[in-house]
Design a protein. Structure first.
Length: 474
């Protein structure tokens, strides 16, 4: 049985109504109002009337303070910290209804970008603490206590984390994003509910797909910036504005290809066939991209910016070149944040797929170890199949930790991708073998040209190793 590629969790009428209010109201993400997120009052009132709120004074006082501040600041919402405090305490109450209510409210507030708003009254006091959005994600993740977690809470954890990752107005990056992805993966792996496993699996596919879709959007935006920059520079030297929209991108591609060819020539072994042959052992230790200093990075958020416009101002004057360059440098830095997310997510699943299974778990398809390997390989295949532009575009680069130089995304990730194939390609488990063949076919079809000349041995050694091991196992 193959794993489904996508899954869209069904929205309740209340969720659809909440989303509709936001879409129609067009509220500013920095000024949420009670008319657009009325569910906050409902959730807090439900917490206030619960037995736990009467038994636990801290929870009761916190929720009453939040309700009081809401009335005082109406129609605006009060400090996000005041709203978050009772919701966080409710998730630790031990009550299933109370926990699910609090998680649902936190997830919706994240999707409305409310926890991304800085809390001005206590800005100095909160400066040393983690960002509120990070604590909100941590609170959601902390509710999962393994397979003993009630199924209702498991499901709400997945829904709330999906809301956090899919928010396109305020995008979560770094440790917060990776923790959300990791926790949904844990629900898929550890939950005993088959329904929750399917929801978590589909949510995981949707999450990582969104991360890569955002990178593709950044690549298209970078293409537009290059074209507009070229247009702006040529506007002062000619009266004709006829320009090939892909010319500047082709120039960038050409420059990147020249750099790759020069690097390949310098790395290629001299002496022709007399040089040492590349072996599987060499391949597993042949890591050219240094990501040792990368880490997950701190949790941060970025706001979606308006579409790129012409570099000419409203008066018809082209802005100073220094201003344009500064703007492009800022965009380049933000591009790196998105690409880093994609790199870390893809690397994580490659590493999960390479774990060696003990003999007693090798053929247990329903066991946690094999399910982990299968979903990792399927996500690798899905990401490659749907987002090849991210892997092959010369505009998609990430900074090498050692040299501090930009490196193509494929060149950076190739070590982990090839290691995943060589470790799993000759598996005697049919499902593992089949998905590895599909991944290897995508590599042969789309990645031969972007690979350096000296790296073409990777395809040869990988194919021979897979064939040799497969013949032995049969």
């Amino acid at each position: 049985m193959r794993l489904p590629d996508t899954f869209q969790p069904r929205r309740t009428p209340q969720q659809a109504q909440d989303e509709g209010i936001l879409a129609n109201g067009r509220r500013s993400i920095t000024e949420p109002t009670m008319s657009s997120i009325v569910f906050v009052v409902s959730a807090l009132e439900a917490i206030a009337t619960s037995k736990e709120a009467h038994k636990k004074q801290q929870l009761g006082d916190s929720v009453q303070k939040a309700l009081k501040d809401i009335k005082e600041h109406e129609p605006q919402l009060p400090d996000p910290e005041i709203i978050f405090a009772p919701l966080q305490l409710a998730t630790k109450s031990g009550s299933i209804p109370l926990t699910t209510t609090a998680l649902d409210c936190i997830g919706k507030l994240i999707s409305y970008s409310y926890f991304s708003v800085p809390s001005s009254p206590n800005a100095d006091k909160e400066a040393s603490r983690e960002p509120l959005i990070e604590r909100a994600i941590d609170t959601i993740c902390d509710c999962f206590q393994g397979e003993t977690t009630p199924v209702e809470i498991q499901l709400q954890i997945v829904k709330s984390l999906l809301a956090a990752v899919l928010n396109d107005k305020i995008v979560v990056h770094g440790a917060g994003l990776l923790k959300a992805v990791r926790q949904v993966y844990n629900v898929f792996l550890l939950s005993k509910s088959s329904a929750n496993q399917q929801v978590a699996q589909g949510t995981l596919t949707q999450m990582v797909g969104t991360v890569f879709e955002r990178v593709k959007t950044r690549i298209h935006m970078k293409e537009a910036r290059l074209n507009l920059s070229r247009l702006g520079k040529s506007a002062g030297n000619t009266s004709s504005f006829t320009i090939d929209a892909t010319e500047s991108v082709n120039d960038a591609s050409g420059n990147m290809e020249e750099t790759v060819e020069e690097s390949a020539a310098s790395e290629a072994p001299s002496g022709g066939d007399d040089g040492p042959k590349l072996t599987l052992k060499d391949l597993e230790h042949r890591k050219s991209f240094d990501d040792s200093q990368m880490g997950e990075g701190p949790t941060m958020v970025t706001q979606v910016k308006p579409a790129v416009t012409s570099p000419r101002s409203a008066s018809g004057q082209t802005p100073p070149e220094s201003t344009t360059d500064e703007g492009m440098d800022s965009e380049e830095s933000e591009d790196e944040v998105y690409i880093r997310d994609a790199y870390l997510v893809f690397r994580s699943f490659c590493n999960l797929s390479t774990k060696v299974l003990p003999p007693d778990q090798l053929y247990d398809i329903k066991g946690q170890a094999m399910r982990s390997k299968l979903i990792s390989l399927h996500l690798i295949h899905t990401l490659l199949n749907n987002n090849m532009l991210v892997f092959t575009s010369p505009l998609c680069t990430i900074t090498n930790s050692k040299s501090n130089e930009p490196t193509g995304f494929l060149q950076a990730i190739k070590f982990y991708l090839c290691l995943s194939i060589t470790r799993n390609g000759a598996s005697s488990v049919d499902r593992v073998f089949e998905v590895c063949c599909e991944i290897f076919w995508l590599m042969l079809k789309f990645m031969r040209a972007p690979f350096k000349v000296c790296d073409l041995d990777i395809f040869r050694i990988t194919l021979l190793t897979v064939c040799r091991k497969r013949l032995k196992s049969s």
